[in-house]
Ligand binder design. Structure first.
Ligand code: ADQ
Length: 518
């Protein structure tokens, strides 16, 4: 059995110790580091972004190997350098070399011009260029070669996100499907949106080659199942505790909902450090007695930053008394800068921020402080702690870790969260956050005003509820739940030989609990 322990008795940490024995291989599009060529060598730092924030504390505890595309045409020097960075972090890194032409069409093309906008319901931004599909498949084949050459026996291969959906199909030829897990970090679209994808059937078939497929929210799993119902007729669905079991021509796949968390204790520790406390005082001193609102995002059109700035402008219009008494600190970490849409967004944001600042601001007050750069964990936490309100309004988001990081950092149980109802986190934080429609500029304005007027006791009551939830459902609990669910993958599932099924599908025993997806 892959999972052979009593989950009720063991906490997440013990579970991770158990997994030290089974080697873990995390596979994601990129390695968790950003490398930059300097005159003589390379500089390397840990990357920003939700996937890395979540997985790094886990692999740092468990050890293992992280597989991801190299940013450069690798050489032995670069790999040695990356492994020396990883060494104190207890895991190895294995770069995947993608041919330059493939790299562009796979990443900039299929991932960023098709899957990312489509899965965030922004189909008008898609460019369904057939060349991109071929590069996507070829890139996944390159990943598979690296994995097969590096994976130890009994290695648990945990594939992350939409860049690598076809990988299960390649790996299932070499690896027991019980050892093949996939987690989908971004939203999964409803059938009416998904059906636009010319390769929709191939994507669904590929996902069903994994032993486990995990989603962030009930919304995403529901959409996935609805797509299976519409496009794959040969599936049988069974309820299996809190997960679902899908029987298909390839074997069985466990499909579950596992909302991702953060390393809560690490944020609490950082928030209490003297460095952060000094930074908080400095930030507050510069902003005098203003209401401080903070937005923290990867610079991405799905995060609703432009709409947020518009809402802030409407607020200043509607409530002149707030002028000079409120500041929005908008932090946007550079992201996907090789893509034109992202460079255009930066230009648009600078223009929007400039318009608000010149219309309302003056020598003593700048309404919006826009910071377009990477910050360390401690610096970010200082911003989280210095603010009165977090304004988090993605147009759609798989989860949104910033909302959870903000709550964890509020060690004094203060601070209001205004959160998009279309973020996966809305379901978990709805008992404490003010939920808004990110397209509803007036609704956001009203929520901001409500936040400024909120009674301190009400603020504390709401924040305590959210912190309790974020503490309990932290990233280690997330990992434990996924690995536990993976233990439910049938031991007698079917083996593959050159992509062909070599054993017929066993019909489900209890037909009354089955739903045929026809
Ligand atoms: P992202 O789209 O990257 O993640 P999110 O979950 O908010 O979105 O994570 C952003 C991360 O970047 C946070 O950990 C934040 O601290 C960090 N960050 C933001 N600005 C930064 C800055 N200036 N400097 C340094 N770090 C910064 C994807 C999905 C999400 C899902 C995650 C995890 O799109 O929906 O929550 O994966 O599954």
């Amino acid at each position: 059995m892959l999972i052979g322990f009593n989950s009720e008795k063991r906490n997440a940490y013990v579970m991770l110790q158990v997994y030290r024995m089974t080697r873990l291989m995390v596979v994601s599009n990129r390695l968790p580091v950003t490398t930059e060529r300097t005159a003589k060598s390379y500089s390397v730092r840990i990357s920003s972004g939700g996937l890395v924030s979540a997985l790094l504390p886990i692999i740092n505890k468990v050890g293992g190997c992280w597989v991801g595309a190299a940013e450069y045409d690798s050489d032995s020097e670069l790999e040695a350098l990356m492994n020396s960075i990883a060494a104190p972090q207890k895991f190895q890194m294995a770069p995947v070399l993608l041919p330059p032409g493939v790299r562009h069409d796979y990443y900039n093309g299929f991932c960023n011009e098709i899957l990312w906008p489509l899965f965030h319901d922004l189909q008008s931004r898609c460019n369904f260029e057939p060349r991109y599909w071929h590069a996507y498949v070829e890139a996944n084949s390159c990943f598979s070669e690296t994995i097969v050459s590096r994976a130890a026996a009994e290695c648990l291969i945990w594939v992350q996100d939409y860049h690598l959906m076809p990988l299960g199909g390649f790996l299932a030829q070499h690896v027991d499907r019980r050892h093949l897990l996939y987690f989908h970090h971004i939203p999964f679209p409803p059938p009416d949106v998904f059906e636009k994808l010319p390769w929709r059937r191939q994507i669904l078939d590929a996902l069903l080659t994994f032993g486990l497929v995990g989603f962030q929210s009930g919304r995403d799993r529901y959409n996935f199942i609805s797509c299976l119902r519409r496009f794959c007729s040969r599936c049988i669905l069974k309820k299996n505790g809190s997960t679902l079991l899908i029987e298909n021509g390839f074997g069985e796949t466990v499909v579950g909902v596992f909302p991702i968390g953060i390393d809560y204790e690490d944020f609490v520790r950082t928030a209490g450090s003297s460095v952060v406390q000094t930074d908080v005082q400095t930030i507050r001193k510069h902003l005098s007695d203003s209401h401080v609102v903070v937005g923290v995002d990867r610079l991405d059109y799905t995060k609703g930053i432009l709409e947020r700035i518009k809402a802030f402008s409407v607020l200043l219009d509607r409530y002149p008394a707030l002028r000079g008494r409120v500041v929005l600190i908008q932090i946007a970490v550079p992201s996907r800068e090789s893509i034109r849409d992202y460079r255009d967004l930066q230009t648009e944001l600078l223009r929007a921020v400039g318009e608000v600042n010149s219309r309302f601001g003056g020598p003593k007050w700048t309404p919006i402080r826009y910071l377009h750069r990477h910050f360390s964990r401690a610096e970010l936490v200082a911003f989280y702690r210095a603010a009165d309100v977090a304004l988090i309004t993605p147009l759609k988001d798989g989860m949104n870790l910033v909302s959870k990081e903000f709550c964890a950092s509020r060690v004094q149980d203060t601070g209001v969260v205004i959160l998009s109802e279309f973020a996966g986190a809305a379901h978990e934080l709805k008992t404490g956050a003010l939920l808004v429609n990110p397209y509803d500029v007036e609704g956001i304005t009203n929520a901001l005003y409500t936040a400024f007027e909120m009674n301190p006791r009400e603020i504390t009551r709401r924040m305590r509820r959210m912190r309790k939830r974020v503490r309990k459902h932290n990233v280690f609990e997330w990992c434990e739940r996924i690995l536990n669910a993976a233990g439910a993958v049938s031991t007698d599932s079917h083996t593959f030989c050159s992509g062909q099924i070599t054993q017929a599908t066993t019909p489900a025993s209890d037909s009354s609990t089955n739903m045929h997806l026809t």
